[in-house]
Ligand binder design. Structure first.
Ligand code: VG1
Ligand code: CO
Length: 538
């Protein structure tokens, strides 16, 4: 049936889909408008096959029921849905590719907390399994501004719990095990026998699923298949509110894991993943690995895993990610690419086989096996490398720095800043950019300063205003950008980095102090926002 509607303001997808407070999504017509706009933007649903699933947070199931009814009414031929509506983001990406589907809806606000008073999100992934590129998200947004009606089947709910095929009107609905095909994919990429032998030899691990989507995946793969001790996976039962936690795998939000890893009782490896399973944290006994370093180390050692034995074609990183992976690319004699923040920019490079491995400073790493970042994949690649090299995490990190030098790195987040103040910070920086070169601030001389715009080498598209970057003589850099995943006020992200050719065991914040002060002086962030201390330092 057709339902008359009118455009709802603010349905513009951000870094990773549309994210809003759950109650906003629950308003009559809100989800429906966005889903219909997506169908309108992709030329309708007729005859298409779609993958549908989410991270299991509050409102996941009702949203899936609505999407199924809308898909049926829009002529979709087949919907493949994770059992109970659950699919991790990388598993959804894989299912799109495996089934040659036309795309998929992924319901998640990722690392944002879940619950009726927290966050919800929806994104559309395209045929290649990756997040809709900007051209498509712009079309979707444009469609939300002119929408007049949506289509929805007047049918009862689908039983999401029963694996098998049913129908909703003329649409076939196939409910699949969320873990099975992802699990099978992982077996093709890594040397599971070597990892099994590692665990059999007494290697210990803790994987914190943070009560989010990776619990079932980690139980099945790490414990049941690879032989990690039962109890390796903690917080492994997905909950609608993630146990009231913040499912963001970093030293702040995964503090219990960090505390364990820094204690005498630490296992050999600690790892965690986020709400929808695409991020990862890696920490060795007494040794936290920054995501930027992890990307570089994985790239340098990937050839030790079967899938990458022939080498990498190239490496891509998001602009704010440290230059550690560039050094690896240089040594390997392969290309490296710098993209704007967000996985949607890696898709073209992966499709064109220009890169094999990609990563972001925000704890996302992945490869050409899917078109999303993939938390468990990163953990398994680390395990494969540890199994082959027979060194500890700390030893591998130390060896990496000894070879390449160390990129000291930290990110400061100023959250819930009033939007006009956050915009004022960026505007002030923009105004100053042309005159910064050669200036000295806090003892550091500016060697380059610009606002990043990305020219996609595959389709020629241009994405502007992707963050302000200021480099200093001596290998320092500060980057400023506004978050595109928040649901409340603005978040100013300040990314600090300092290269060091020697002296690898210094205090991170002490090493970054000059870059931070220079960034403060140039941006006048404190004066413009009234904030002196960040809310989160990672
Ligand atoms: C953040 C991260 C970015 C990541 C995005 C989605 O975006 O910085 O690197 O790709 O979240 O990740 P922003 O615009 O808030 O900085 V997820 O795991 O939230 O889908
Ligand atoms: Co995520």
């Amino acid at each position: 049936m057709k339902v008359q509607t009118t455009p709802i303001e603010g349905q513009k997808p951000g870094t990773s889909g549309l994210r809003k407070k759950t109650r906003v999504f629950m308003q009559p017509g809100y989800l429906e408008n966005f889903i219909q706009a997506t169908f309108d933007a992709i030329g309708g649903g007729t005859g298409k096959t779609l993958i549908i699933g989410g991270d299991g947070r509050y409102f996941n199931k009702p949203a899936i029921q609505t999407i199924l009814k809308m898909a049926a009414a829009n002529g979709v031929a087949k919907a493949i849905v994770g059992q109970d509506g659950v699919l991790s983001t990388p598993a959804a990406s894989h299912l799109i590719r495996l089934n040659h589907a036309d795309g998929g809806f992924i319901l998640s606000a990722s690392h944002n907390p879940g619950g009726i008073d927290e966050d919800f999100g929806v994104k559309f992934n395209a045929q290649n399994g990756g997040p809709a590129p900007e051209t498509l998200t712009e079309k979707i947004f444009a469609a939300t501004t002119v929408i007049t009606q949506y289509l929805i089947a007047d049918q009862g709910d689908v039983d999401l719990g029963a694996i098998g095929t049913t129908h909703l009107g003329d649409m076939r609905v196939q409910i699949v095990d969320p873990v099975e095909s992802y699990h099978a994919l992982m077996e093709t990429l890594f040397d599971f026998n070597a990892i099994r032998a590692l665990f059999a030899g007494g290697f210990t691990m803790r994987f914190d699923a943070m009560h989010a989507v990776t619990g079932p995946y980690a139980h099945a793969i790490l414990e049941n298949t690879l032989g990690a001790a039962q109890g390796t996976v903690v917080n492994g039962i997905p909950l609608e509110d993630f146990g009231k936690g913040h499912p963001d795998p970093n030293p702040i939000w995964a503090k219990p894991l960090m505390d364990l890893m820094m204690s005498d009782a630490a296992p050999d490896l600690g790892a965690a993943s986020d709400g929808d399973g695409d991020r990862n944290m890696i920490v060795g006994r007494g040794a936290y690995v920054t995501p930027s370093d992890s990307l570089a180390i994985l790239a340098a050692n990937a050839h030790l895993a079967p899938a990458y034995a022939a080498g990498l074609t190239g490496i891509a990183r998001s602009m704010p990610t440290s230059a550690a992976s560039d050094r690896v690319a240089e040594k390997l004699g392969i290309a490296c690419y710098e993209t704007p923040t967000g996985w949607k920019f890696f898709g073209n490079l992966l499709d064109a086989d220009k890169v094999t491995i990609c990563g972001e400073e925000s704890a996302g790493t992945g490869s050409n096996h899917v078109r999303e970042k993939d938390g468990l994949w990163a953990v398994l690649l680390w395990l494969n490398i540890l199994a082959v090299r027979k060194l500890s995490v700390a030893e591998i990190v130390a060896d990496h720095w000894a070879t390449y030098g160390r990129d000291y790195y930290s990110r400061y987040d100023f959250e819930n800043v009033e939007s006009d103040k956050a915009n004022a910070v960026m505007q002030a920086l923009r105004t100053k950019l042309p005159t910064l070169f050669g200036q000295t601030h806090a003892g550091l001389t500016v060697s380059a300063a610009d606002e990043f715009s990305y020219h996609d080498p595959v389709d020629g598209s241009v994405s502007e205003n992707q963050g302000v970057r200021i480099s200093f003589d001596g290998g320092g850099r500060v980057v400023f950008r506004l978050s595109g995943t928040g649901t409340q006020g603005a978040t100013v992200r300040v990314y600090l980095e300092q290269y060091a050719a020697e002296g690898f065991d210094r205090d991170v914040q002490a090493v970054l102090q000059d870059v931070r002060h220079a960034g403060d002086a140039i941006s006048e962030l404190s004066a413009l926002t009234g904030r002196t201390e960040p809310d989160v330092i990672t």
